[in-house]
Design a protein around this ligand. Structure first.
Ligand SMILES: NC(=O)c1ccc[n+]([C@@H]2O[C@H](COP(=O)([O-])OP(=O)(O)OC[C@H]3O[C@@H](n4cnc5c(N)ncnc54)[C@H](O)[C@@H]3O)[C@@H](O)[C@H]2O)c1
Length: 272
């Protein structure tokens, strides 16, 4: 039986990169999904791919910066499927710059999407999961099934050149997730975060390739810095999006039912 048989999940940032890979893998493992992203056209492409492969999925386009998006995402899952088992926050981008030059706009944009966006999705999911778990405990006097909140941090949370805004947001996500784990434990709501190193997506490809976010923010890492970063990875290469999705699948599955409040580092062995 697939590992997420009959599980209901929401995944943000599912138009591309890690979030898309998580959504495809969850669907292949039997989960029914509601997926989100800013980029509606690509989000619908992810949904079409899932449906072509026999999966069940709905879409809620919009920015995770707005609480209304989180509310709509969770309410859609509840109204479409009647319950919620798993929430995964993959939405994000980078807006790098040296600390002494970082603008307030640059700082706030990253805090809004990564930290506040994760707060909105996780809190709305948590409230729904609490209600469902309480109902279950009223009916059976225990909460046998565990529900999962999975957030995405980064190795940058421990400090990274040119990423003061992103490092602060990702470090915040670690503290937020550990706190959710403490407060959710009595209702068997588990919360863990995955701290990726260098995974191969548009956020980490050579900046010289000219990839931009929302028509104005340059994405990627300067080629010389990227080459040095790859040299420092014991496995000698960036991770793939499939390798990023695997640990999230594990944290969503019954195989991780005794793991909560953890930071799982997925980085090819790299350490600062
Ligand atoms: N790629 C890496 O090496 C790496 C390393 C550490 C952490 N991460 C984290 O992994 C997550 C996924 O990143 P990725 O590498 O797959 O990047 P990506 O650019 O391939 O995918 C991110 C997706 O998030 C969406 N998004 C951005 N802002 C949004 C918003 N406000 N609301 C809704 N959707 C939004 C984008 O449209 C995009 O489709 C991010 O949180 C990122 O910080 C990535």
């Amino acid at each position: 039986m697939p590992s997420l048989h009959q599980k209901i999940a929401v995944v943000t940032g599912a138009s591309r990169g890690i979030g898309r890979s998580v959504a495809l893998r969850f669907a292949a493992e039997g989960s029914s999904l509601i997926i989100n992203d800013l980029d509606e056209e690509l989000l619908n492409e992810t949904a079409s791919t899932i449906r072509e492969n026999g999966g069940t999925v709905g879409v809620v386009a919009g920015s995770v910066n707005e609480e209304a998006t989180a509310q709509s995402l969770i309410q859609t899952a509840l109204s479409e499927y009647g319950t919620l088992d798993i929430a995964v926050n993959c939405a994000g981008f980078t807006w790098d710059g040296m600390f002494h030059k970082m603008t307030h706009e640059q700082w706030q944009a990253i805090i809004d999407t990564h930290l506040t966006g994760t707060f909105f999705i996780a809190q709305n999911a948590f409230v729904a999961m609490r209600d469902i778990a309480k109902q279950e405990s009223n009916n059976t006097s225990s909460v046998s099934s565990s529900r999962r909140i999975i957030t995405v941090a980064s190795q940058s949370a421990f400090g990274n050149l040119g990423q003061a805004n992103y490092a602060a947001a990702k470090a915040g996500i670690i503290g937020l997730t550990k706190t959710i784990a403490i407060e959710g434990a009595f209702l068997n709501i588990l919360a863990n975060t995955v701290a990726y190193g260098l995974m191969d997506t548009r956020l980490t490809r050579p900046k010289e390739q000219g990839e931009v976010f929302q028509q104005r923010i340059a994405l990627g890492v300067p080629a010389t810095i990227r080459d040095k970063a790859i040299e420092s990875i014991p496995l000698g290469r960036p991770g793939t999006v499939e390798e990023a999705a695997g640990p999230i699948l594990f944290l969503a599955s019954d195989d991780s039912s005794y793991i909560t409040g953890q930071v799982i580092e997925v980085n090819g062995g790299a350490h600062l």
